[in-house]
Design a binder for this molecule. Structure first.
Ligand SMILES: *Cc1c(COP(=O)(O)O)cnc(C)c1O
Length: 393
């Protein structure tokens, strides 16, 4: 071979004796074949074969297999964001004339997708009370093809009665899915509760370091896996192997990060609930929380995100107190090592379940807990020290 060819072609080197603990990052657009026949037959390689970088590399398959094992599923697909993990399920299942049921507590862009993307294309949605339980049966007609759940709900943290919803769906042949971002499969396993789809924003706890965007959908049925893969192929959707490598690294420490953040968050939630009206603290492990009994029954732990309802008398002081925080940063998203405060206003289809004012979402990261409490204490104080509200001192 001549020099310019040697610049392009790579010599083979031995891998013998090289047993690294790290998953290699395999980057690829095209992949090549050792015969014309293998190339011609590439589409027959089956769900685990390699055909093109967009459709999977050994790096992305390693992440998929790790998530599949945790979710107790059969296959997992990876998509570019947590929002895409929801929309790809909907796009794979729903046809014009069909209806999807979504909880009022869902990650807000889900309702936006239904209203502004699906509805103009003839796919309906109905928003249900997250605490509906077996009452979901009354909403199932022949057009309903999918029931979506998210437990706990975004910001308002309601835990849903998943077994009751699954039972009602199964009896009518309706598919079910759960956004499992908060619990991760370490603390709740939707597929083990007979759901059809378990999605996660890997952006949050699996990535764990606020530096990547990705989503996963785990299934236990190979036909559903094919539907998801077909949708992704037609749309042209895939993930970067570099991001997969980051997610694999993040996942290695997820157990200890969740255990730490979960403990500190629950300590804070209990401390706050002892100083203010307990109903203001939205944490599934507290007895006053909506769906606490389902949390006790179905979950094996709580992660590090909970919310605090800001009563009207404390609203005015909140912006200044947030800005003054030294250790917490102000920002949406969560699940990383940095603690975050996010003031949220909630809009609901059902006004009866709306909180009119601000709800402060608290993401506990890995900083020293006394430093974190120093930021939270003045906020709690602002809520507690008004005569109208319970005082402890
Ligand atoms: C953040 C989040 C998402 C969206 O994840 P992105 O990767 O930011 O698109 C979806 N569901 C829940 C519950 C989330 O918290």
């Amino acid at each position: 071979m001549r020099d310019k060819t040697l610049c392009v072609k790579r010599p083979e080197v031995s891998h013998e004796g090289f047993a690294s603990l790290a998953t290699p990052t395999y980057r690829a657009s095209t992949i090549v074949f050792d015969s014309a026949e293998a190339y011609a037959n590439r589409s027959k390689r089956g769900p685990d074969g390699y055909t093109y970088g967009l459709h999977g590399t050994p790096t992305s398959r390693t992440l998929e297999a790790s998530i599949t094992a945790l979710e107790q599923g059969l296959r997992t697909v990876l998509v570019p964001s947590g929002q895409a993990a929801i929309t790809v399920v909907f796009l794979s299942i729903l046809m014009p004339g069909d209806t999807v049921l979504i909880p009022d507590s869902a990650y807000p862009p889900v309702a936006g997708f239904c209203e502004n993307y699906l509805k103009p294309r003839g796919i309906s949605h109905r928003i249900y009370d997250p605490m509906i339980g077996s009452g979901i049966a009354t909403l199932i007609d022949d057009t309903v093809k999918l029931i979506w759940t998210e437990s706990p709900g975004s910001t308002t943290m309601e835990i849903q009665d998943i077994p009751a919803i699954v039972a009602a769906a199964k009896s009518r042949g309706v598919l079910t899915g759960c956004d499992n971002t908060w619990a991760t499969p370490l603390y709740f396993k939707p597929l083990a509760h007979d759901m059809d789809f378990s999605s996660m924003a890997l952006t949050k706890y699996v990535g764990g370091h606020s530096d990547l965007l990705m989503g996963s959908i785990a299934v236990k049925d190979i036909a559903l896996h094919k539907k998801l893969k077909d949708t992704m192929r037609m749309i042209g959707m895939g993930v970067s192997p570099d991001d997969c490598a980051l997610a694999l690294r993040g996942m290695e420490t997820m157990g200890v990060r969740l255990a730490h953040s979960g403990r500190v968050a629950l300590d804070f939630a209990r401390k706050i609930a002892a100083r203010v009206e307990p109903e203001l603290v939205l944490h599934p492990a507290l007895p006053a929380a909506a769906g606490h009994e389902f949390f006790q029954r179905d979950f094996v732990g709580a992660s590090g995100v909970f919310s605090l309802v800001i009563p009207p008398h404390a609203e005015a002081a909140l912006p200044g107190l947030l800005t003054a925080a030294q250790t917490f940063s102000i920002g949406a998203s969560w699940g990383g090592t940095h603690s975050l405060l996010a003031p949220m206003t909630i809009t609901r289809a059902n006004d009866a379940h709306a909180h009119a004012g601000t709800i402060l979402r608290i993401n506990v990261g890995l900083e020293d807990e006394d430093d974190l409490w120093a930021d939270l204490e003045p906020i709690v104080e602002a809520i507690a020290t008004t005569p109208a509200v319970t005082k402890t001192a």
